[in-house]
Design a protein around this ligand. Structure first.
Ligand SMILES: [Fe+2]
Ligand SMILES: [Fe+2]
Length: 298
């Protein structure tokens, strides 16, 4: 049978490759220093400022982000010490970490790679819109969780490239009859969401972001923050339905129904229309946040 799958890529083998890759896929030294400072109770704003200022490229990026319409500060932020005060330690840490992760992977090269990154940035922006729709307190974690939700897919497509291409080609030859998720289990023995959660964990991302990524296809599975995972989950589906996706399996994506009672606890009169109404706004929001998003792509 076409597609009779070779058993050599078991879960264990994929995990083995993943663990070897995490030894190579290390974040720049400055990021470890930022993590040390933000986790240390007695650290001061000037400790964090000194570390960021030791890296001119990171300094420029953080200032560009801080001055983008994403945050909407009226006054120009021209120093890192000012950025640290207005954004806070956690926000600075999340921005620096996620920018470094984006830099670790190829962002151009194939049509699939480019479309996948476009999807990731769109899901980042839409996750924030979804959190806003649910009246969640605005927090940079929503953009970061959405941006990195498919980092496991990026990893599989770049580090197990041959096997990944084989899987996509099987999917297309068979008219997408088996969903991407089913095939992923067959070809790799692991889901991209689990791979993503493990990767972020190895880079010391906050647990709530690791969880939102690990459970973005099954938000009720998140022990930590199912609402955050649900925001990513719904944003992923909205962007996919809109066609911002590298794959053609959007017929199979549905919102996990068991999450709805949890979301209705936040917004009693929440309806599917609230979510559908976000779809036409996604392009506008991506446009509005283009300065912010472009800093991550540099
Ligand atoms: Fe995904
Ligand atoms: Fe996705």
């Amino acid at each position: 049978m076409e597609g009779k799958l070779r058993p050599e890529y078991t879960r264990e083998k994929t995990l083995n490759i993943l663990s070897k890759a995490t030894d190579i896929l290390t974040l720049p030294h400055v990021i470890n220093e930022i993590l040390d400072v933000t986790s240390e109770k007695n650290s001061s704003a000037s400790d964090l400022t000194d570390i960021i200022e030791s890296d001119p490229a990171l300094t420029m990026r953080i200032l560009s982000v801080a001055n983008s319409p994403y945050y909407g500060f009226v006054k120009k932020i021209s120093t890192i010490s000012h950025a640290v005060v207005v954004l806070g330690f956690q926000e600075i840490q999340n921005i620096a970490l996620s920018m470094s992760v984006v830099q670790l992977f190829d962002r151009k090269g194939s049509e699939f790679t480019e479309k996948l990154w476009r999807h990731c940035f769109a899901v980042g922006v839409t996750t924030r819109m979804m959190a806003n729709c649910l009246n969640c307190r605005m927090d940079g974690k929503y953009f970061v969780g959405g941006l990195l939700h498919d980092v496991g897919k990026i990893f599989l497509s770049q580090y197990l490239n041959e096997r990944f291409r084989e899987m996509i080609s099987f999917m297309e030859r068979n008219d997408n009859i088996r969903t991407y998720h089913v095939l992923e289990e067959e070809y790799f023995g692991i889901s991209h969401s689990e791979v993503g959660g493990r990767l972020l964990d190895s880079w010391m991302f906050p647990q709530e972001i690791c969880d939102a990524v690990a459970f973005h296809h099954n938000p009720t599975g998140s022990q930590n923050d199912p609402v955050f995972a649900a925001c990513v989950h719904i944003a992923d589906i909205l962007c996919t339905v809109k066609g911002i996706t590298p794959l053609k399996d959007y017929y199979f994506l549905t919102i996990q129904r068991s999450i709805l009672p949890i979301l209705k606890g936040l917004k009693e009169n929440l309806s599917t229309d609230d979510m559908i109404n976000l779809i036409p706004q996604i392009d506008l929001e991506i446009d509005r946040q283009s300065n912010f998003v472009s800093v991550f792509k540099r």
